[in-house]
Design a binder for this molecule. Structure first.
Ligand code: ADP
Length: 716
């Protein structure tokens, strides 16, 4: 039976093979087994109900609390020639009525509704009467009272729907569910353990980066300068921050939109639409933005401040790279972020036990910002509730592990200080004692009489705070929960104190980007075409083709229908509608670029595993630069990403060259310039950079001269 579904995957959706979990979910649903799919964002959950919906008789009802998502989903189905609609409060009553009538006449294969729709008896009666293929609960974690986004109205329709005798099968789908939430959903919908398809949460195309101790605005400026052509979201913690960042970036001429709950509905709608339609590349927003945004080509998500918990962080950061392309999730952390989140918890209306729970979650988020372990593994462990020694090779911690410091002795001093302080104080006070602070509070508590007072006075309070936070994150120290968590020793602390365990710290992480292996100029042309065709059809650009598909086209340059159908994301239906126009652009691009060789796309059947952008190893710093340079990054780009000066970056490359690594010298000088420098070298008495510079024309920079000397091994 699944062969038929495979055919649908290929002809309608243009994909060769199922993603992990899809086959099982689809198989179970068409065999009428209630199923729960837990798959990461971008994992392909929609196909899990769309393919059974297409192969079974009747109408599929897709319930989702996210009204804003429905239109896009429906547009995407309509673009494939599949009859689908949504009925929700964004439509006029007449329009709702008319769609309901068509639904009653079995005109649709898919109907998307919000849970509240079932409050209408007219609607419920239609559902009861028509043949139904399946009912899918999308964003199913909202059904559970244990979820972080519980919607009571969603939960309350479940018993009602279970009464309907014409629903052959229920399914539930979610990307964020803890074990508790999963059990709750299973219970509600009678889903057997063996019918829970859990593919894990890892999204191998996302690279997590943590940026600490840097001027956030300067970081943003240099990042955005390099990425102004890509779509991205910047989340801030408050509306005020949104406004001020928006102002700053707009003044610098960047294409920015903003979104927060303080804006009028109209303003929000316009901002969202400008972002979705690629008119504004950058969205600056509070966490009010994003629920239900299905834009697949978001290349980065930057958190300008630390969010309140890992659940929110993963969900928000997860809006990057839904199309499966490499994307970056960057968190700009500063210690004040923690104070702000504590303040927000204190100010909230929650009761005391709920607040404690929030503090616990906040602590995990703070730990994320201080761990030196793999960031991806940290997040996955958080959801799966187990500690692993994973190493993704993509996150900033994995990438920058080359410098390791043994700080076992300092850690022992910190731990014994905590012990001597009676395990009654928090991070700040402990750092003060270790530093030997003259703070009045220290004297009041007579902490200055402890033997550990001032024992680490060679370090700043800030450094000591950072170390303690790191030890908490690595679970070498425990914290009592609450607003002012006090430090406690645990078993690991004892192991460190008794010398059974070493404490190693790694150097600060940096973001690194992946290599480009497609023709960018063609990609830009295809994107322009996509935008104009999308405008013509009044749909968001990615409904036509995802960025991933455009990149494939810019990689393999198909020139015939058959070749085009080999491209991921292009099936017969899409080809019929848009294929020719895109082929036309590719053909003329190829005529204009005869020098570019065609690559043959080999259909292997299996999707290529995403390459890690870099692997963690012991590369020295200049080799990190060299490899970034070899993968196509500009010097400016590397300097910005590594937070190093352009001179340092150049010197890194020269060092690599001196060690025998090949370098593209033409970016530094032309043959004429090279000859001029060599001629001058012959002439000067003392061949140093300065005398050479004086002898040569003014526009010959030190870098240029140095490059020539390095190439000819005249520099050491
Ligand atoms: P989710 O709802 O799980 O976040 P989507 O259903 O929106 O994810 O799918 C994300 C992207 O992956 C979409 O662009 C979709 O077309 C694509 N996709 C889904 N299944 C496959 C597949 N089997 N092969 C390739 N791409 C797929």
């Amino acid at each position: 039976m699944i062969a038929e579904q495979e055919k649908i995957l290929q002809t309608y959706f243009g994909y060769e093979t199922f993603r992990p979990g899809q086959r099982e979910v689809i198989h179970q649903v068409i065999h009428k087994q209630p199923t729960l799919a837990v798959m990461p964002t971008g994992g392909g959950k929609s196909l899990c109900y769309q393919i059974p919906g297409l192969s079974l008789d009747g109408t599929a009802i897709i319930i989702s609390p996210l009204i804003s998502l429905m239109k896009d989903q429906v547009d995407a189905l309509l673009a494939l020639g599949i009859p689908a609609t949504f009925i929700n409060s964004s439509l006029s009553p007449e329009e709702q009525q008319s769609r309901l009538q068509q639904m009653a006449a079995n005109q649709y294969k898919f109907v998307y509704v919000a849970p509240e729709r079932f409050d209408s008896t007219t609607f419920s009666n239609v559902v009861r009467r028509i043949p139904i293929s399946l009912v899918a609960f999308d964003e199913a974690h909202c059904i559970s009272q244990w979820g972080h986004d519980f919607r009571p109205s969603y939960r309350s329709i479940v018993p009602q729907l279970k009464q309907f005798s014409n629903i052959p099968v229920f399914m539930a789908l979610t990307a964020t569910a803890t074990e508790e939430v999963i059990a709750d959903i299973q219970d509600m919908l009678h889903i057997a353990n063996q019918h829970v398809v859990h593919t894990g949460f890892e999204r191998s195309n996302l690279s997590f980066h943590l940026v600490k101790g840097r001027d956030k605005q300067a970081y943003l400026r240099s990042f955005l300068q390099e990425h102004h052509e890509e779509s991205g979201i910047i989340y801030t913690a408050t509306r005020k921050q949104v406004d001020s960042l928006y102002e700053q970036l707009a003044n610098r001429g960047l294409q920015v939109a903003k979104y927060h709950a303080g804006l009028s509905e109209q303003e929000r709608k316009e901002a969202q639409s400008a972002f979705i339609h690629d008119e504004k590349q950058i969205m600056i927003a509070t966490n009010a933005f994003g629920m239900g945004i299905d834009k697949s080509n978001v290349r980065y998500v930057i958190h300008y401040a630390m969010p309140m918990n890992i659940e929110s962080y993963y969900q928000e950061a997860g809006r990057a790279g839904r199309d499966g392309e490499p994307s970056d999730c960057i968190l700009l952390f500063s210690p004040q972020d923690v104070q702000l989140q504590k303040f927000l918890i204190e100010q909230s209306q929650m009761d005391e036990s709920a607040k404690q729970k929030e503090y616990r979650k906040l602590q995990a988020m703070v730990n994320y910002c201080h761990t030196h372990s793999c960031l991806t593994a940290f997040i996955l462990d958080y959801f799966q509730g187990e500690a692993s020694e994973g190493s993704c090779g993509r996150c900033s911690n994995c990438l920058e592990r080359q410098e390791t410091t043994d700080m076992t002795e300092e850690a022992q001093m910190i731990l014994s200080c905590v012990k001597r302080m009676g395990e009654k104080f928090g991070v700040g006070m402990t750092a003060k004692v270790l530093r030997g602070s003259k703070d009045k509070k220290i004297r009041d508590f007579r902490l200055d009489s402890l033997s550990t007072y001032g024992i680490l006075s060679a370090y700043t309070e800030r450094e000591l705070t950072e170390w303690i936070q790191f030890m908490i994150a690595e679970q070498l120290l425990a914290t009592e929960e609450g607003k002012f968590p006090t430090l406690k020793l645990n078993q690991h602390s004892v192991d460190v104190l008794t010398g059974k365990r070493k404490v190693l710290m790694h150097t600060a992480p940096i973001p690194v980007q992946g290599e480009i292996d497609y023709e960018e100029s063609l990609f830009t042309q295809l994107r322009t075409l996509r935008k104009s065709m999308a405008d013509e059809h009044q749909v968001p650009p990615y409904v036509l083709f995802s960025d991933m598909t455009l990149k494939e086209l810019s990689r393999y340059f198909p020139t015939s229908k058959a070749e085009m159908l080999d491209i991921k994301g292009i099936g017969e239906k899409k080809y019929e509608q848009y294929g020719e126009a895109f082929l036309e652009v590719i053909r003329s691009w190829r005529e204009a670029h005869p020098e570019v060789k065609t690559k043959v796309k080999i259909s292997t059947g299996a999707p290529a595993a995403p390459k890690p952008k870099h692997t963690a190893d012991d590369r020295p710093s200049h080799m990190v630069t060299y490899q970034m340079f070899q993968s196509g990054k500009s010097l400016k780009d590397i300097a910005a990403m590594r937070a190093l000066s352009p001179q340092t970056i150049e010197n890194h490359l020269f060092k690599a060259a001196q060690q025998g690594h090949p370098l593209a010298w033409e970016i530094f000088f032309s043959p004429t310039e090279e000859a001029a420098v060599l001629a001058a070298y012959e002439k000067v008495e003392e061949p140093g950079l300065k005398p050479l510079r004086e002898l040569l024309p003014e526009d010959y920079s030190y870098t240029l001269i140095k490059a020539v000397l390095v190439k000819h091994e005249l520099f050491n």
